[in-house]
Write a protein that binds this ligand. Sequence first.
Ligand SMILES: [Zn+2]
Ligand SMILES: [Zn+2]
Length: 308
Amino acid sequence: MVPLRTGDVGEPEWSPGHPSLSHGERRFRRRIRVTEISVRFWGVRGSVPCPGRETVRYGGNTACVEVRCGDRLVIFDAGTGLRALGHALAAGPPGLAADIFISHCHIDHIGGLPFFEPCYMPANQIRIWAGSLLSEQRLADVARILMSAPLFPSGEGVFKAKITFCDFQSGDVLKPYPDLTLRTVPLAHPGGATGYRLEYRSRSVAYVTDTEHSPGRLDPAVLALAEAADLLIYDCNYTDEEFAGHVGRGHSTWQEGVRIAEAARAQRLAIFHHDPNHDDEFLDGVKARATQCHPGAIVAAEGLIVSL
Ligand SMILES: [Zn+2]
Ligand SMILES: [Zn+2]
């Protein structure tokens, strides 16, 4: 296991000699070449962006996680963190291929999509996947609504890239490429959400947000996704102490994340989907408590890179 590293927020590196790349990005790219999977957090908040002095260290953008599997680019969720990722990607060569897997279509998970620069570049191919809509809606309809008046000044027809909307049913097994598998399950969240387990070569990452647990009973579907995962990214919006006052909101706690990670023997737990009311100081406290309970626990922060 490669140690964790924080910092180096900036433009991803696209080739070792790319002139516009910062020193930190060249290091990031080198790291991708020597590890199976590299995970980078671009947005770690739930509900609503919360930039400001009190959140500057962990970040104020909503859910967006970049996962590099060799040359494959997978993105979990299109929250406001997607804007900065898109800006970084746009600095690279044209002809980008990316797959964006949406947990569900609440605004904190899709609000960055209209601001994703690669969507406006003709040579790019982007597939956007969602498993929580079928039977009632299609993902393409949601994108159209998101980018129509009076919510947005132009329709999603302004996208110049080849965009493919891929609806599936939570529970399906997805094979976007022969060497990449995503197992999916439905999560307990108002309106539904999809949890993912990405498998590439010998590594696995479980992405499980937004979900509400039942106290005293570990969710078997979540356990299955997290089973021996190298990294479990989990909805830790609340603490156990706060949870009682928020039943029915569709979120879980960092303590439940620890219980799931231990029961499933996940190597690492990334505490994710932070409540916008939890400032840096509060999250420092969560970090101290969580790492005492579970040495593999980390608190997701914008710019954090985890190499697996
Ligand atoms: Zn959310
Ligand atoms: Zn939600």
